[in-house]
Design a protein around this ligand. Structure first.
Ligand code: AHR
Length: 788
């Protein structure tokens, strides 16, 4: 927002207009009744081909219209323009205006010693008082929500261990979603390339480009991660490429046999395990000379060979070649060396190395350890590809699923919104395959025809939409996704799926349209086109709408209003908040209307200052999740975000699972998700917590309980959270539920709030209709017992 200008119209409705940037020919507008609850933004087109700076507005009594004027500045020229409107929805075409007609209505005032340029308005006392009241409210709640365990020694200085009772009543049950815990996958923090995607060669297609990093890294180019040693020269070429989507390749000119080599360093080293086999492949085109031979080696830091193979008789024209390398030693940071043995020029592309041991031994598969760690959560669904990655940061950066399927050399790599490169080797096919392998529902998220609300490039101002002339094609792409996933092999896209190795349908049930977008007219128009088309052609698909990035605010209200109007089955809510927010907002869903859209809490996480992930954040999430289970008749699905982060390559903290090339490091938050994922139920049994005494809100809100039944296994699961610094001795009474005295499993996650390494510990506990359990300070307990 630049140069905001506030104005009150004849009906006393406030309008704010402002400049979006210094290069687009649009300005922005939003209206508000009370200066608190702002309505949606719009982006009126101001003029052709120039920018729109310092917009201002005044009422012209003669014409009974509002005149909007602005500056348009290019090189040394400053022009003035005017447009008129009666309703701030429809605007007359912009006209060049004489400088004298510009009123320059902004004034300069000194606020706290600083000169500020803006507008001055006289308002009634009631307006001032309501603003003060609003700010007081915000101030008060922010204080509460910023509580952390750091102040616990003071806040709870006099608190002694508590004895509480929890009573659950089997007569008060309700059905809840059995899809509550899922995962959110986005290629952020090197989650895909260099992460869970098991490819070991970085920049295998030579498609890295300076624009991946907006030109800010001179070393980020087609030769990134590659080097040359010895008597070989190289060029990066684009003439007669392997495929138009994969234009760059390397050409090696060999001057002496075995005199030099091309080397890839992997994603910060190639981890190799003794005795394991690796599939090597590449495409080669001998441009000059006879048939070519190359030696392919894995080497360590001292250039000692760990594995070696030969590829012989590579010929003219692009052809694929393969070999298997068997490692003689374990080396964490090996390199791949390709040493030509024939004089002449040879072009190489898509140079690839995969461990044979991928998750479920899939070709072009996933890293086994990371995929297994995710599978261990028992997620009921997997969201993909994001997050902001789904809609990109400009029209040119939207994720198009069709670019990510088919032979790897034909896929269309693209700039990753998180400032690196995505090969899309882990594309839609691999994603659906993974869902299949772990028995989770795929939840693909497609852009709603608009890029991210924080778009910085390629859009029109803050939010450009796919031009209407292209929207039909875009809508068709979304419909084609359903055919690709579910269509028979007789259909065009079903056939493509079969060619990739999955003739059976994937049984897609959900599609998310949009990701925390700005809810504007531009958004709404495009969303409705996609939504209506899906409803008409694929009524079997449940569409998930979007209601912005916050738990309140304009996009939240506007998104929900749209969902109400269109009867969208589910909406995607997002909020990253402080532990205090999660502690004090456990009633958030209690009053949600059960007859409206259901909720998919698609992104959430507890954020402390500095963004660590530890027992404190994990327990605040566990506590809030007891309330999510209580409300799982309206909250159908949830996914913590983001999921993965590679150490040293992280753009966002905290994440659920950290990793490097050889280790996987789940966080306490991961164990909370895993405990919920492995102990979910489909029936919620009402329970009450009785603290047996007078305790402050601060104490009461830090104890949580949830009782669910898993009807498939006929087991009862009791979850108990204690976010207090003292032990809580708990008597559990399970009324009207058939529990015989027996031993049950107890999982306990506990530790100091700052503990980042805590693990759940399993033990046995004697249970029955009445039993006792100690909840250590700062702990999460899950008890799972058989029912009769
Ligand atoms: O989870 C990280 C980012 O947070 C997502 O890409 C975006 O949707 C949200 O703002």
């Amino acid at each position: 927002m630049f140069d905001p200008f506030l104005f009150q119209d004849k009906q006393e409705l406030w309008h704010l207009i402002w400049s979006l940037n210094h290069y687009d020919d649009v300005f922005a507008h939003a209206a508000v009744d009370d200066l608190i609850l702002w309505r949606r933004q719009s982006y009126p087109k101001a003029t052709e081909g120039k920018n729109c700076l310092m917009p201002e507005v005044y009422y012209n009594a003669k014409t009974d219209k509002y005149n909007i004027t602005w500056l348009s500045v290019s090189d040394n020229d400053t022009s003035y323009y005017t447009s008129t409107t009666s309703d701030f929805k429809n605007y007359s075409p912009a006209k060049k205006t004489a400088i004298e007609e510009r009123k320059n209505l902004r004034q300069t005032v000194e606020i706290k010693g600083k000169q500020e340029l803006g507008t001055i308005h006289k308002v009634g006392r009631d307006v001032v008082e309501s603003l003060i009241a609003e700010y007081d409210k915000i101030d008060k709640r922010n204080k509460l929500w910023s509580e952390t365990t750091k102040e616990d020694p003071i806040r709870f200085a006099d608190l002694k261990p508590l004895s509480i009772s929890i009573t659950a009543d089997g007569n008060e049950q309700k059905q809840i979603s059995d899809q509550l815990i899922g995962i959110f996958f986005e290629d952020i923090n090197y989650a895909a390339d260099g992460g869970i995607y098991a490819e070991l060669i970085e920049n295998r297609g030579f498609e890295y480009h300076p624009s991946d990093k907006k030109g800010r890294d001179p070393n980020w180019n087609s030769f990134k991660a590659w080097s040359i040693s010895g008597d070989v020269t190289h060029t990066i070429d684009t003439v007669s490429p392997l495929h138009p989507n994969n234009r760059h390749y390397v050409s090696l000119t060999v001057k002496s046999k075995g005199g030099g080599s091309l080397i890839n360093e992997g994603f910060n080293g190639i981890p190799i395990k003794a005795g394991e086999k690796y599939n090597f492949s590449l495409f080669a085109n001998v441009k000059e000379g006879k048939k070519a031979n190359v030696i392919v080696r894995l080497i360590d830091g001292q250039n000692n060979t760990i594995a070696e193979t030969k590829i012989k008789k590579m010929s003219a024209g692009w052809n694929p070649y393969k070999a298997v390398l068997t490692a003689s030693r374990t080396v964490d940071n090996a390199r791949l060396e390709i040493a030509p043995q024939t004089l002449g020029e040879v072009a190489l592309d898509m140079i690839s190395l995969f461990p044979q041991k991928t998750f479920k031994e899939r070709k072009n598969g996933l890293r086994d350890d990371l995929a297994q760690t995710i599978a261990d959560i028992h997620p009921k669904f997997v969201r993909f590809p994001g997050g902001c990655l789904a809609h990109g940061d400009g029209l040119g950066n939207i994720y198009h699923w069709k670019n990510t399927i088919g032979p790897l050399e034909e896929r269309k790599p693209q700039r990753n919104i998180w400032n690196y490169h995505q090969s899309v080797g882990l594309g839609y096919f691999e994603y659906f395959q993974f869902c299949d392998d772990i028995n989770a529902e795929p939840i693909p998220i497609v852009a709603a025809g608009v890029p991210c609300q924080n778009s910085s490039c390629g859009g029109a101002g803050q939010q450009g939409g796919i031009p209407m002339s292209e929207m039909d094609n875009y809508v068709q792409d979304v419909l084609d996704l359903v055919e690709w996933a579910n269509g028979s092999t007789e259909t065009y896209w079903g056939q493509k799926r079969a060619e990739a190795g999955h003739p059976e349908p994937f049984n897609l049930k959900y599609i998310g349209v949009g990701n925390e977008d700005l809810i504007t007219d531009i958004f709404e128009e495009r969303f409705i086109m996609i939504y209506d088309a899906l409803k008409e052609k694929h009524p079997e698909i449940t569409v998930i709408g979007t209601v912005g990035p916050w738990f309140e605010g304009t996009d939240y209200r506007e998104g929900w209003a749209l969902a109400d109007r269109l009867n969208i089955p589910i909406v995607d809510e997002h909020y990253y908040q402080s532990p205090g927010w999660f502690i004090y907002n456990q009633e958030y869903y209690d009053d949600y209307d059960r007859n409206k859209s259901k909720v998919y809490l698609g992104e959430y996480a507890s954020h402390l200052p500095g963004r660590p992930t530890n027992i404190e954040t994990a327990l605040s999430e566990a506590l809030y999740m007891t309330a999510l289970e209580r409300n799982a008749d309206v909250v159908e699905m949830t996914s913590y975000a983001p999921l993965l982060a590679k150490e040293g390559f992280t753009q966002w903290n905290p994440d659920l699972i950290y990793f490097n090339n050889t280790e996987v490091k789940p966080t306490p938050g991961y164990y909370v998700q895993k405990l919920y994922g492995n102990n979910s139920g489909d029936q919620y049994i009402s329970s009450q917590i009785d603290l047996n005494g007078e305790y402050s809100d601060a104490v009461q809100k830090r104890i949580g309980a949830s009782v669910v039944r898993d009807s498939k296994t006929n087991e009862l699961i009791v979850k108990l959270v204690n976010l207090l610094p003292v032990e809580v001795n708990t008597g559990v009474a399970l009324q009207n539920l058939k529990i015989s005295p027996a031993t049950a499993t107890r999982s306990l996650l506990a530790g100091h709030p700052e503990d980042k390494e805590a693990l759940p510990v399993k033990s046995e506990i004697t249970v029955g209709n009445n039993f006792k359990v100690e909840l250590p300070a700062y702990s999460f307990t899950v008890i799972r017992m058989k029912m009769e």
